[in-house]
Design a protein around this ligand. Structure first.
Ligand SMILES: Nc1ncnc2c1ncn2[C@@H]1O[C@H](COP(=O)(O)OP(=O)(O)OP(=O)(O)O)[C@@H](O)[C@H]1O
Ligand SMILES: [Mg+2]
Length: 511
């Protein structure tokens, strides 16, 4: 029986034995927020976040005083604090683990870190299994948790433990013992290679006790992506993408592919407009394309060539759908990364993957910010992920893309046919949210986008229209199916969208 809506890939689809990382995306929650209003009063360079910034700074200091007497904290607020990693101690708990000196500056986290019993227990278990750790670092609170690590905010006991110019708080990344020694070594080595750029987190120190490894990084104040992706004005999006591409330009100049570009690995502070790339756990060295690894290195196959390869199995092919018992050799490739951010060549298991996979993921981040949708792609597996991309690029281009990597692709979903423009995709995504329940606040920059692009994707001939056109040009140069035609970070930064940032001299160094 032929399944409807099947996707047909030749040679056969992925072996279940692939042991690559396949992480879930965080899901954004859309909250209704009041009435719509065109943003005529908003200065294009100003976000509501920025307007709130000074207010926030004032409040944080007041709140710290309040925390000293407050006594309770719900699990939800704890989770939120960990998630945001702001370290500003906006929530309160039942006990404290440490007290830091009084000579810190006002922007740093407060003198007391309130912890729930479970947080307290976790920190106790960590420090007790790691003798000597507390002699060097005083752990203040947990600020993040990833697939391979937990991250804590800490203060060095002796100030001279930190290189000059680095702020006095650090992030301790406790790499889980289940990570392979090779993986840990790779991450630390690459972090060490990548020091010296303000948009890339440098490695300050490494501690080891038996099988436990802790990487010491500067602590970066940042906001949870889910707290700002709907509110960032176009200027903020530009600043975000500029720092992200600067980080990529730097790591790519060292021939390093990050492989896991996504919002949680790019710590961005919308108040200071500063972004830092972290998490080199999946990073690898970029290699020259090798001819026998994937046909993409010599321009791909034609469909006749692919059929020729499958000639031995020709009699077994059903008219539509999968082979029931597929005997063809499977294809294996590195698919490490996060669902929704994987480039088409990763999904098609190309063995000549390059730095351009990071550029695709950066494009997905830009698409997310412009469309105010997170996660933008939400597939449960790679086949669905291919279909999501096919929905945008159309079947013809996807077939070409598959052949380029030596595969034949077919799909019998009648609705998916033609390519849709990225302009129309973005405008419709925003519009859909408006229809679904007034999800944007009255001062949301989403209204500006709707004033700049109509539902057919036509961009208005206005100042704001031209700015959105520039942003979409960047997007179109990132989200190119053929990695060889996708621009690199250096060339993307030369596009007019970044003019106003490019001319500002960039400070170097890690802080
Ligand atoms: N230097 C830092 N400053 C502030 N917060 C940090 C820092 N490094 C990491 N974090 C926080 O910890 C979280 C997890 O860190 P990281 O991504 O390095 O770990 P991971 O285990 O490799 O994560 P994953 O595999 O899920 O991407 C980050 O998303 C961030 O919120
Ligand atoms: Mg991470």
């Amino acid at each position: 029986m032929i399944e409807e809506d099947n996707v047909f890939l030749v040679p056969k689809k992925g072996s279940s034995k692939d042991k690559e990382k396949d992480k879930e995306n965080d899901k954004g929650v859309l909250k209704p927020q009041g009435k719509k209003l065109l943003p005529k009063d908003l200065h294009p360079n100003e976000s509501i976040l920025e307007q709130a910034h000074n207010e926030k700074n004032k409040k944080v200091f007041k709140k710290r005083k309040v925390e000293e007497v407050a006594t309770t904290e719900s699990d939800n607020t704890t989770a939120k604090r960990s998630r945001t990693g702001t370290g500003t101690g906006t929530d309160v708990g039942v006990s404290t683990i440490s007290k830091v000196s009084d000579d810190q500056d006002m922007c740093e986290p407060e003198t007391k870190y309130a912890l729930t019993p479970s947080e307290n227990q976790e920190l106790y278990s960590f420090t007790s299994k790691f003798p000597g750790l507390e002699e060097s670092y005083r752990i203040l609170q947990k600020i993040g948790e990833g697939t391979f690590s937990s991250v804590y905010l800490a203060k060095p006991v002796a100030k001279n433990l930190l290189p000059k110019g680095i702020k006095s708080t650090v992030a301790l990344k406790r790499i889980y013992v289940t990570s392979s020694p090779q993986r840990i070594y790779n991450e630390l080595k690459l972090l060490y290679t990548l020091r010296g750029h303000k948009n890339v987190a440098p490695l300050l120190d490494v501690l080891r006790h038996e099988d436990q490894v802790v990487a010491v990084l500067p602590y970066y104040e940042h906001s949870d992506f889910r707290d700002f992706y709907r509110d960032l004005p176009l200027f903020g999006i530009k600043a975000y993408m500029f720092d992200l591409l600067k980080a990529l330009e730097f790591i790519h100049s060292k021939d390093i592919i990050h492989r896991d570009i996504k919002p949680t690995n790019f710590l961005y502070d919308p108040f200071t407009r500063r972004g830092v790339l972290v998490d080199f756990g999946l990073a690898e060295i970029d290699m020259e394309p090798i001819t026998n690894k994937c046909p993409c290195s010599f321009g791909g196959y034609t469909s006749n060539m692919v059929r020729q390869l499958n000639v031995d199995y020709a009699g077994q092919f059903p008219k539509n759908g999968y082979l029931k018992d597929d005997q063809r050799p499977g294809r294996r490739a590195n698919r490490a990364g996060t669902r929704g951010f994987r480039a088409p060549e990763v999904l098609f298991k190309c063995n000549n993957q390059s730095k351009k996979i990071d550029i695709w993921s950066a494009g997905v981040m830009l698409l997310t910010l412009l469309s105010r949708r997170f996660p933008f792609f939400n597939s449960t597996d790679d086949i669905e992920a291919i279909m999501e991309i096919t929905n945008i690029f159309g079947i013809t281009e996807m077939k070409e893309c598959a052949l380029f990597h030596g595969l034949e692709f077919d799909c019998n979903i009648p609705k998916i046919k033609d390519k849709i423009s990225l302009e129309a995709l973005i405008a419709n995504a925003v519009m859909m949210d408006c229809k679904e329940g007034d999800t944007f606040g009255e001062d949301s920059p989403a209204w500006e986008l709707l004033a700049a692009i109509d539902k057919k994707g036509v961009i208005q001939d206005s100042e704001v229209g031209r700015e959105y056109a520039q942003a979409i040009t960047v997007l179109k140069k990132c989200m190119v199916l053929n990695p060889y035609e996708r621009l690199d970070a250096k060339d993307l930064l030369k596009l007019p969208f970044f003019d106003e940032f490019r001319d500002i001299p960039q400070e170097s160094g890690s802080e």
